[in-house]
Ligand binder design. Sequence first.
Ligand SMILES: Nc1nc2c(ncn2[C@@H]2O[C@H](COP(=O)(O)OP(=O)(O)OP(=O)(O)O)[C@@H](O)[C@H]2O)c(=O)[nH]1
Ligand SMILES: [Mg+2]
Length: 393
Amino acid sequence: MAAVQLLSTFATAASSASPTTPKRVGLARHAAAPYLLARQYFAGNALARRARARSTQIDAQINQQAVSVKRECKILVLGTEGSGKSTIVRQMRLHEPKGISPDDRLAARSAVVAHLLDSAHAVLDALEKLDLQFVDPGNADNADFVRGYVLDAEDKLNSDIAEAIRSLWHDVVVATLMGRSGEFRLVDNATYFLEAAGRIGADDYVPTDEDMLKARAPVGTVSQTQLQLDGMSIHLLEVGMQKSTKSRWIQAFDDITSIVFCASLGDYDAQATGTTRKALDESLVLFEDTVNSSWFQHTSVILLLTKLDLFEAKLATVPLKKYASDYDDGADVGAAMKYILRQYMNRNRANLLVYPVPVEATDPTATVCRRITLTVVKDTILQSALRTSGILC
Ligand SMILES: Nc1nc2c(ncn2[C@@H]2O[C@H](COP(=O)(O)OP(=O)(O)OP(=O)(O)O)[C@@H](O)[C@H]2O)c(=O)[nH]1
Ligand SMILES: [Mg+2]
């Protein structure tokens, strides 16, 4: 399902979660004088149209002035571990005019190779957990080879290890394993990388855009990326967080225009690393701390619901109800997303402007994040300019 198609569904869910939803005003009480009403209506409409056009013109002027005053802005990219922060930043960078440099691409090879090996280990662990044996007897040796494999200094795979992984992955027992996917968890995108073992093991392998987006590359505490969007210089500050470490770190960032909060849809069945808490609960706590913080009173929030593709695939085999007892709508993707979105919106007690967007962050062709970020940033700068000038309070 395309992310953009889901935007309206989400806007509805988001607004129904807000206590200030405006009521509709019906026209039925004017039914006694339909002709008069029609004239008044159309005259009113023409006036309204002119007023609207004028207002749009003024908005555009203020918008231009506000944005030209402020051609630089900072965006915090937040979310719990593995929620997709780096992936989103990379996806936005892919569409930069200069794109990804060949050096960056080569540097990503280590992450891809490590991800492939992690995926192979995860399959071996899952086979062990479910007590499943290889059908091809040669694969027992391949499994030992993969388990004991140490990468060379260049982090390259050789063709032997690539072939061993390929052979394990194509063993008939793996089909049985995948049929029981509700009973174990692989690392994200394991299937994608295992399918590509032969390609990744080639001597002249260079990661593609999709490889780069699908590989895990944890960063340290903060990493900064600069983007040029529509003439604006945008600093994206990714804050790596193991868990919701309350708001201790928040004060380190001032003058933030917007927050991009990554909330993984696809991890509803995951545990947060190093805790007994569910990954979703961990993310909700971090979101709650962030949006209700006095430091971000005038900051807008783009709530990116990441891993939409994994979520769609998982719902059919791993029931959401198992992890959310009050959810009753089965494998319906829209209903399940609305349920998760509601959990986030209910925590927005400060009524911050939150723009929810479901995304497949690993789609190299998608530009929705860039477009929405730009729109929200401009809007936030405009609001701030109106507040400074006293027009808005
Ligand atoms: N299929 C799919 N994979 C995703 C999506 N978003 C993120 N991932 C994968 O999830 C994994 C973790 O993503 P990262 O971007 O590294 O997560 P992060 O929030 O930066 O993690 P830390 O820096 O460790 O806190 C990577 O393998 C990504 O490719 C998505 O929308 N679809
Ligand atoms: Mg990261």
